[in-house]
Design a protein around this ligand. Structure first.
Ligand code: ZN
Length: 115
């Protein structure tokens, strides 16, 4: 399932010597490009909670963190359990696609109302 998930990790690690322990001014932000990653796109969505959060459709939870945190979540017991229980009911693709569409639809509507 995670045959080629090393690309992004590599890219992150490659960043030469970005001063990691400077001040805590940097906040991890949700990145829309994560949604295109095959291992994330079935369950990862944005959330209205804020740009530093990501939403997991499987666990129905919002979390904060960068892509490594997302990966960690993807491999967490809770998430894997959630995936399993969904798969027991319906083919995973179907479930994920449906919930994704519904979710995005809601987001769009609500965004439109707010604006
Ligand atoms: Zn999850």
């Amino acid at each position: 399932m995670s045959s080629d998930d090393s690309n992004d990790t590599d890219r992150e690690l490659q960043q030469p010597h970005m001063a990691k322990r400077r001040k805590k001014s940097y906040q991890h932000k949700f990145c829309a490009s994560w949604l295109k990653l095959p291992e994330f796109k079935s369950w990862l969505t944005e959330t209205k909670k804020g740009s530093t959060f990501y939403h997991c459709e499987v666990c129905q939870e919002d979390h904060t963190g960068d892509i490594s945190a997302v990966r960690k979540h993807f491999n967490s017991k809770q998430h894997i359990q959630g995936m399993k229980s969904i798969m027991n009911v319906l083919p995973i693709n179907q479930v994920m696609q449906n919930s994704r569409i519904v979710n995005l639809d809601n987001l769009t509507k609500e965004a439109a109302i707010r604006v």
